[in-house]
Design a protein around this ligand. Structure first.
Ligand SMILES: [Mn+2]
Length: 277
C-alpha cells in the first residue's frame, strides 16, 4: 500500500505569480498516479473563503471525480481553510507510528499575523479546555478557531495580510519566530496527544522541510512538512509505503516539480527516506 500525502494545495485561490502552474485537477493529475491512495492533508481548497469558496468546492469535486476514475482513494483532512464535517481531523499510519494532520492545532496561535488572531486564540483556548485531550479534540478546537478568521472581513484576504506583514517589520519578526518554533510545536503536540508517533507529517506553515526534534524528557521525532503549492513555498510530498504482511514501513520525502504542464514527483532522494521496523 502506497500513500501519497500532500498539503496546502489551496484550490480556488488565484495564482498571481508568473512561472507557477495553476492548481487544478488537470495539473495535479500526475500525482494521483503515484500512489494507491492520496491524502489531502488540509487546506486542499479554500472552501471557507467568502470570495473563492465556490471555485474551491468545484475544483475539489472535480479532483475527487478524477481520483475515482483513476481508482485512487482520496482522503481529506481538515485544514484551517477547509474546515468541514466530512473531513477527518487526522489519520495514523504504521500502527500509530506516523501521525498525519494539517498542523493548525500545534500552537496556541495558528496565524499570529492576521488581524483576527486574538479572537481566534481565545476561541481555540476555550474549545481546548472543553474538548477531550486527544488529537481529534485538539484539531476540532483549532477548527472552531479557524472559522473565526472567515467571519472577520479584515482577515480573509491573504495577499493583503502578506502585504501588511511586509509593511510592518515587527510582524515580519513575529512570522519568522513562529516559523522557527513550528517544528518544535509539532513535536510537543505529538508528545502530548499522540506519544507513539515517531513521525508527524504536516503542512500549514508553508515551509517545507524535515526536522528531527527531541522534546523535553521525551523521544526524538521527525517532523515532515510538505510545504505549500502557493507562492513562495515549494510543494513536497511524503510517500508512505507499507509492506505486505506488516514487514515494515518506509517514508520518503520528495519535492514536487512542474513538468510538461503538470505537477509531478521529483526523482528519488536518498537523503530524505526513513524506515520503521
Ligand atoms: Mn493551514
Amino acid at each position: 500500500m502506497r500513500t501519497l500525502i500532500l498539503s496546502d494545495i489551496h484550490l480556488g485561490l488565484p495564482e498571481p505569480f508568473p512561472g507557477r502552474l495553476g492548481r487544478s485537477p488537470a495539473t495535479l493529475s500526475p500525482l494521483l498516479e503515484a500512489a494507491d491512495r492520496v491524502v489531502l492533508n488540509g487546506d486542499a481548497a479554500d472552501t471557507q473563503h467568502p470570495s473563492h469558496r465556490a471555485q474551491g468546492i468545484e475544483l475539489l469535486e472535480q479532483l475527487a471525480a478524477l481520483a475515482t476514475r483513476k481508482g485512487v482513494d482520496l482522503i481529506r483532512i481538515s485544514g484551517n481553510h477547509d474546515v468541514e464535517e466530512t473531513a477527518l481531523t487526522h489519520i495514523e499510519l504504521a500502527r500509530g507510528k506516523i501521525l498525519v494532520t494539517h498542523g493548525h492545532a500545534f500552537s496556541a496561535s495558528m496565524l499570529p499575523w492576521v488581524p483576527a488572531s486574538g479572537a481566534m486564540n481565545r476561541v481555540f483556548a476555550e474549545a481546548l479546555g472543553r474538548n477531550p485531550p486527544t488529537v481529534e479534540g485538539a484539531v476540532r478546537a483549532a477548527n472552531d478557531a479557524a472559522l473565526v478568521q472567515w467571519s472577520d472581513e479584515r482577515s480573509v484576504d491573504e495577499p493583503t495580510a502578506l502585504l501588511a506583514i511586509g509593511l510592518r517589520p515587527t510582524r515580519v519578526l513575529s512570522v519568522l519566530a513562529w516559523w522557527r518554533k513550528y517544528p518544535r510545536d509539532a513535536a510537543r503536540f505529538a508528545q502530548r496527544y499522540a506519544p507513539s508517533a515517531q513521525f508527524v507529517v504536516c503542512g500549514h506553515s508553508h515551509r517545507a522541510g524535515a526536522w528531527s526534534i527531541a522534546t523535553d524528557g521525551g523521544a526524538r521525532r521527525w517532523i515532515l512538512n510538505t510545504g505549500s503549492f502557493s507562492f513562495p513555498s515549494r510543494p513536497h510530498a511524503v510517500i508512505v509505503t507499507e509492506e505486505d504482511g506488516g514487514a515494515g514501513t518506509s517514508l520518503e520525502m520528495r519535492r514536487i516539480v512542474q513538468r510538461r504542464g503538470g505537477y509531478t514527483l521529483a526523482e528519488e532522494s536518498r537523503a530524505s527516506s526513513w524506515r520503521i521496523h
